[in-house]
Ligand binder design. Structure first.
Ligand SMILES: *[C@@H]1O[C@H](CO)[C@@H](O)[C@H](O)[C@H]1NC(C)=O
Ligand SMILES: *[C@@H]1O[C@H](CO)[C@@H](O)[C@H](O)[C@H]1NC(C)=O
Ligand SMILES: *[C@@H]1O[C@H](CO)[C@@H](O)[C@H](O)[C@H]1NC(C)=O
Ligand SMILES: *[C@@H]1O[C@H](CO)[C@@H](O)[C@H](O)[C@H]1NC(C)=O
Length: 310
């Protein structure tokens, strides 16, 4: 019995510390405390809702812009792109380059897949992998901690389901000025959200000023294994299977002790207890595929996102 209690104690400590780590991780300040650029609302001549951008990109880890937002009449995203060339998409908050599309497929394929799913959808060849974090649960954010969307693979290949409002940034003005080759950089620098200096030698992040789309090649893998179900399975394993195994082990342990003590005083009522020692029950069957799993978080999210969250 003592053994079982101590096992539960260990388990309890484990669960509490996991929860503490998770809580600490979620306290990182989203968008590093900044807001989306004001130019988001007029990105490529569209009328984007700045309030949605601020809420989804900087005050949210779960929800998405409304499904099909990219098709709304005042948005009409794909008509604003040049079908004959790649477009670089920049972070709505800090201007980091995040995606270059279409790449490795036609413009029509890019548009068709995005319309089918309801959000701009990018593939591994199209991500600036150094600038985007894909969390184990599939959630995606930029290195500036701007929420971007979720990785929701199709037929085994990662598909990044991304909120348009969070990739509606422009290259920071300071860099535009520099690339225009005149000496006016300092006058615009302080008017932008640019935090490029923080990235100089910071874990491989590529600032807009150093990004050459022509020569750039994504190093993202086709199948990162990071998508919403991964986390649920791990949690399920830790949360259910491990405790069951521990209980089972405790049960076996107690039975052994009983048996041992019975052997010590032989002859005393062997029969009364003989029915159960061999009958160790396997732990109750556990389904590894919880019914609550929703494979497409973006779609789930959009419904909820029509209600303001906070
Ligand atoms: C840069 O500045 C010079 C004079 O300072 C001016 O003659 C030139 O037109 C400017 N170039 C651009 C691209 O603005
Ligand atoms: C700024 O202008 C000066 C003099 O015209 C020139 O020597 C210098 O290279 C310029 N700097 C940049 C960053 O263009
Ligand atoms: C920009 O801000 C820095 C401090 O953050 C300051 O030193 C610099 O003078 C400012 N430049 C302009 C043009 O205001
Ligand atoms: C970008 O890369 C291409 C191909 O390597 C090269 O030709 C081009 O000069 C580069 N552009 C810049 C601005 O460095």
């Amino acid at each position: 019995m003592f053994a079982m209690l101590s096992m539960f104690a260990v388990l309890f400590v484990l669960v509490v510390s996991i929860a503490a780590v998770a809580a600490a991780a979620s306290e990182e300040q989203q968008c590093r405390g900044q807001d989306p650029m004001s130019s988001v609302s007029t990105f490529l001549g569209m009328e984007l809702d700045y309030e949605i951008a601020d809420r989804i990109c900087c005050n949210n880890h779960r929800f998405a812009e409304p499904k099909g937002y990219h098709e709304w009449p005042e948005v009409d995203f794909y008509s604003k792109l040049d079908p004959n060339q790649e477009t670089i998409f920049y972070d709505s908050v800090c201007g980091l380059p995040l995606f270059v599309a279409p790449r490795g497929r036609t413009f029509e394929e890019f548009v068709e897949e995005s319309l089918y799913h309801g959000w701009p959808s990018f593939r591994p060849a199209e991500i600036v992998s150094e600038n985007v974090i894909i969390h184990d649960d599939g959630r995606m954010e930029s290195k500036c901690l701007t929420h971007l969307g979720h990785n929701l693979p199709n037929s085994g290949i990662d598909r990044y389901c991304i909120d348009l409002v969070c990739i509606a940034g422009t290259m920071p003005l300071a860099i535009q000025a520099t690339t225009n080759t005149n000496n006016t950089t300092s006058s615009v620098e302080n008017n932008t959200n640019t935090i490029e200096k923080e990235f100089d030698d910071n874990d491989g992040t590529i600032p807009a000023s150093e990004f050459n789309a022509t020569s750039y090649k994504s190093s993202a893998v086709e199948n990162s294994g990071k998508y919403p179900k991964t986390k649920q399975r791990v949690l399920l394993a830790v949360g259910i299977i491990v405790p069951l195994l521990l209980i089972f082990a405790g049960y076996v342990f107690v039975q052994r002790r009983r048996k041992a003590s019975r052997n010590n005083d032989k002859g005393v009522s062997i029969k009364t207890l003989s029915s159960d020692p061999e009958q160790q029950q396997p732990p109750p069957a556990v389904s590894t595929d919880a019914g609550t799993t929703n494979s497409d978080e973006c779609e789930k999210s959009s419904e909820s996102s029509t209600v303001p969250e906070n």
